[in-house]
Write a protein that binds this ligand. Structure first.
Ligand code: IDP
Length: 161
């Protein structure tokens, strides 16, 4: 099926978004998904899992050696994480805007971290910070078969063409 809003894999901009264990426990899954959905972005993969500490370390490999690394990987592996791939124009950069600053108290009201968090170690959600890290993170958390290609009829109301 090729409906309106279907773009080739090469054209599609995608980002990796994960609701961390604090966001899941606090019942924020539906609210967060709704924000991305209402913006006009398309959910192309989703799963819930408890990552191992080793896997959490792979995800946060760039922070290995930092003082907060142990606490961070312990935390990410402490409970269920909702891992997602979202697709759409500008989704990497705009997804980060919707998430807010790393420190929730420095995040504007209206952002996810601004609205729901207080401390940096409990900042609810992760989002890729560049197209390159998006590619890496999607490859770490998902297989290519996990990504669903489908048309969304609302796209003609979201995109000019
Ligand atoms: P980001 O999640 O906004 O991209 P990064 O700097 O990549 O921020 O840090 C990754 C995660 O590590 C943060 O979301 C936060 O959970 C945690 N973190 C970063 N800095 C600190 C810190 O100083 N103390 C505790 N946790 C931190």
């Amino acid at each position: 099926f090729v409906g309106s809003g279907t773009v080739s894999a090469e054209e599609a901009e995608r980002t990796f978004i994960a609701i961390k264990p604090d966001g899941v426990q606090r019942g924020l899954i539906a609210d967060i998904i709704a924000r991305f959905e209402r913006k006009g972005y398309k959910l192309v993969a989703v799963k819930i899992l408890v990552p191992t500490k080793e896997f959490a370390g792979k995800h946060y490999a760039e922070h290995e050696g930092r003082p907060f690394f142990e606490g961070l990987t312990d935390f990410l592996s402490s409970g269920p994480v909702l891992a997602m791939v979202w697709e759409g124009q500008g989704v990497v950069t705009y997804g980060r805007k919707m998430i807010g600053a790393t420190k929730p108290l420095e995040s504007a009201p209206g952002t996810i971290r601004g609205d729901f968090g207080i401390q940096v170690g409990r900042n609810i959600i992760h989002g890729s910070d560049s197209p390159d890290s998006a590619k890496k993170e999607i490859g770490l958390w998902f297989t290519p078969e996990d990504l669903v290609s489908y048309g969304l009829d609302i796209h003609k109301w979201v995109y000019e063409k």
